[in-house]
Design a protein around this ligand. Structure first.
Ligand code: MRU
Length: 346
């Protein structure tokens, strides 16, 4: 079950391979990434996307930088890798995992005895992050599956699935684990304007697993919550601060609607997505290009004189969240700093 890895390190070629998510569901194309600039472009245009996958991409990006850097002098070598790290870090500011993956690999390279040892340490750490990510998703899935009734309909937003991680997924990992445990789960996938990660990616990967999915436009969610039986909303996260969950734009709207209709609102995320030093006001929300909203296919749908906003994420206050599922267990209100940093309520 679940599509194979979303991105991986090709040992023979010394490069990063990834499924180009901009082409799904029409084409399943594997791209080989041979330079850090190419990787930065792929992340910017969402060829690789989703918080945990960005953590893995950042980690492999540093390993790639280290393996390509020809400088023999350790000072020059580390300076080049640091420049590449800053290029990668700048591609997407909201998902905390990107910087987390980069920093973990930079940390592993510190105090190595020479350039060769630094290269080896970088790759070993990146491979470990990749393996740990899959293990985290399975643990999140197992903890979260217990929250779902034996037969249920779950609404999700964007794509927090195998494609957003190294495999299995966070929010979709919960659904996969529930199905694996014998539960019957129907999924309502919100299309997720403007880039349609829900319609294109969530529907694609659930269907590959034989999990029934119905796609709705984002504006249908309140109507569906009021008129049909929705047992839970489950989403992933790009960053969890002390007071809010940052996730794909539209998530906050679903949380408000879920609260109004008495539907549990669950967030599934690994501890690497937690940023407990910050509050929501400290976080930069990525603003993306006008064309993502104004152009569909080859047609312009917004008059050129109209301005357009395109924030990629929003912040859902923790008071609207029923529980956060992590690899350590389930965190429940009042979401104390201790419980959040532990990843579960005692
Ligand atoms: O802009 P994207 O597609 O990278 O946004 C992704 C999301 O908002 C996901 O829900 C989030 O990263 C969680 S992925 C497990």
């Amino acid at each position: 079950m679940s599509p194979g890895p979303t991105l991986w390190w090709d040992k023979e070629a010394g490069s990063i391979c990834y499924i180009d998510q901009t082409l799904l569901p029409g084409r399943e194309r594997i791209v080989t990434c041979r330079s850090v600039r190419q990787l930065a472009r792929a992340i910017r245009k969402l060829g690789i996307r989703g918080a945990p996958a960005l953590g893995v991409a950042g980690a492999f990006g540093i390993a790639l930088s280290a393996s390509l850097c020809r400088k023999k002098d350790p000072g020059q070598f580390h300076a080049q890798v640091t420049r590449d790290a800053e290029l990668l870090r700048s591609t997407r500011p909201t998902a905390v995992n990107l910087g987390w993956g980069i920093d973990r690999v930079l940390g592993a390279m510190r105090d190595t005895r020479d350039v060769q040892a630094a290269r080896a340490a970088a790759l070993a750490e990146a491979e470990l992050i990749f393996i740990e990510d899959t293990a985290c998703c399975h643990a999140i899935g197992d903890h979260g599956a217990a929250l779902l009734p034996d037969t249920c309909t779950v609404l999700t937003h964007c794509n927090a699935g195998a494609l957003a991680c190294s495999s299995w997924g966070t929010a979709l990992g919960v659904i996969r684990s529930a199905v694996q445990a014998g539960k019957q789960v129907n999924v309502i996938a919100c299309e997720t304007r403007p880039l349609l990660q829900g319609a294109r990616l969530t529907a694609w990967e659930l269907l590959r697993d034989g999990i029934p999915v119905t796609v709705i436009t984002d504006s249908m969610a309140a109507h569906i919550m009021r008129n049909e039986k929705i047992d839970a909303v489950i989403v992933g996260a790009d960053r969890i601060t002390r007071d809010a969950v940052f996730n794909k734009i539209g998530t906050y709207m679903h949380a408000v609607c879920a609260r109004h209709h008495g539907i549990p609102f669950y967030v599934a995320a690994p501890l690497s997505t937690f940023d407990l030093k910050r509050m929501a006001v400290d976080v930069v929300i990525e603003e993306r290009g006008r064309e993502e909203v104004a152009v569909i296919g080859n047609r312009i749908f917004v008059p050129p004189a109209a301005s357009v906003k395109n924030p990629a994420f929003d912040a859902t206050p923790l008071e609207l969240v029923t529980a956060i599922v992590t690899e350590k267990g389930v965190v429940r209100p009042p979401f104390t700093p201790e419980d959040l940093s532990r990843g579960r309520t005692k």
